[in-house]
Ligand binder design. Structure first.
Ligand code: ATP
Ligand code: MG
Ligand code: FE
Length: 353
């Protein structure tokens, strides 16, 4: 089966074609094309994503990207078994662009349509890249979400923890902004952290030691701001040390909460846990290294213990959307052409396939 995927929920315009073969646990996925156009340059002057600018940029570029994705995959519309487009959650203007385009192609080519939940697409990426079987544990760390989810099946997600305030990626972005590192902040903070001394500042490790799997990053961000104001004006070394100490606190906090989830997973399933990390923050090497050690310490045996998608599939892309479409179509689940765009759409509200 071949599916065209379209992603326009935030500030990446993306189109991809993915193939899926086999049934049950014998399935496998292959990316035939994966085109991503970042709107970084459009939003950078404003220090964040401007919804109206994002929607207009999607309109201008999406057609061309879809044509490119089809050409690189070497297929025409007739070769497709379905069209999948992100329907939410995200910025409503951008979602409408991708969703309407996907529906129009599906109607014109007379192909099945799938309205994809963006978080489900992040959640199922590990099946495309690593052929994982259910169930597994997902740590989803993006600019908008920080969640721990037990992935039981396509459309069956149990959210065990979420952030009570900021997302982890949002905290990286805000810290970068306050330190004058520009936007988006994650990669810049990581680069600074490599040069800095994490031991110089003792920032709080939010939620650490508490039961459950919830997160909090707002207090940590404020602690960084207070310290930065106290020692201002900041030298290059100050900025690097602040970034290193902040990142170390985020890593400790993520590891503590994920550790609780790994214990619960083993308790519930009686099996060794499988830990997957997804989302833009999963590109962070310090985060990856700690999660790898944590998973190994909890007896995870799949691959290196931690299943982490390649960097290109960590951030927003359409291959994950096409794959989610494949997974749903393989179970016979399709959506009608009146499927709405949804600015808010929790993983737990996704319909079972
Ligand atoms: P959502 O998927 O919740 O709608 P999003 O699509 O904006 O949010 P992603 O594109 O998955 O999120 O990830 C973007 C986030 O990842 C940004 O907050 C960015 O700062 C962060 N990020 C990217 N690279 C790194 C890195 N190397 N270290 C830390 N954070 C990073
Ligand atoms: Mg983005
Ligand atoms: Fe995302």
């Amino acid at each position: 089966m071949r599916v065209l995927g379209i992603e326009t929920s935030c500030d990446e315009t993306a189109a991809a074609v993915v193939a899926r073969t086999g049934d049950g646990d014998g399935f496998s996925g292959r990316i035939l094309s994966n085109v991503v156009l970042s709107q970084l340059a459009e939003h950078t002057p404003y220090g964040g994503v401007v919804p109206e600018i994002a929607a207009r940029a999607h309109v201008e570029t999406l057609d061309g990207l879809i044509a490119q994705a089809l050409a690189e995959a070497g297929c025409g519309l007739d070769d497709l078994d379905g069209i999948a487009a992100t329907a939410g959650p995200g910025l409503i203007g951008g979602l409408l662009v991708g969703l309407m385009t996907g529906k129009a192609i599906a109607a014109a080519a007379n192909k099945p349509f799938v309205a994809v939940n963006h978080l489900e697409a992040h959640a199922l990426t590990a099946r495309l890249t690593d052929g994982l079987a259910f169930p597994y544990l997902l740590l989803l760390v993006t600019g908008g979400h920080t969640q721990i989810v037990k992935v039981e099946d396509v459309g069956r997600y149990r959210r065990w923890g979420t952030t009570v305030d900021d997302a982890a990626g949002e905290a990286f972005d805000k810290v970068a902004k306050m330190l004058g590192l520009g936007w988006p902040g994650g990669p810049a903070v990581e680069a600074q952290a490599l040069k800095g001394d994490a031991a110089r500042f003792a920032f709080p490790r939010p939620m650490t030691g508490r039961a459950g799997c919830d997160f909090s990053f707002s207090g940590l961000k404020t602690a960084v701001r207070i310290e930065a104001q106290r020692i201002a004006p900041l030298s290059e070394t100050d900025v690097a040390d602040l970034c290193a100490a902040f990142q170390a606190a985020v890593v400790d906090s993520l590891a503590d909460r994920t550790g609780n989830a790994l214990l619960r997973f083993t308790e519930e399933t009686g099996a060794a846990p499988v830990l997957v990390v997804a989302g833009g923050v999963a590109a962070n090497q310090a985060v990856r290294a700690r999660l790898e050690a944590l998973a190994a310490a909890h007896g995870a045996t799949h691959g290196a213990g931690l299943v982490a998608p390649p960097l290109k599939l960590c951030g927003d892309n359409a291959a994950m959307v096409a794959w989610a479409g494949c997974e749903r179509l393989a179970r016979g689940a399709t959506d009608t052409l009146d499927a709405p765009a949804r600015a808010r759409w929790s993983l737990e509200d996704v319909e079972a396939a």
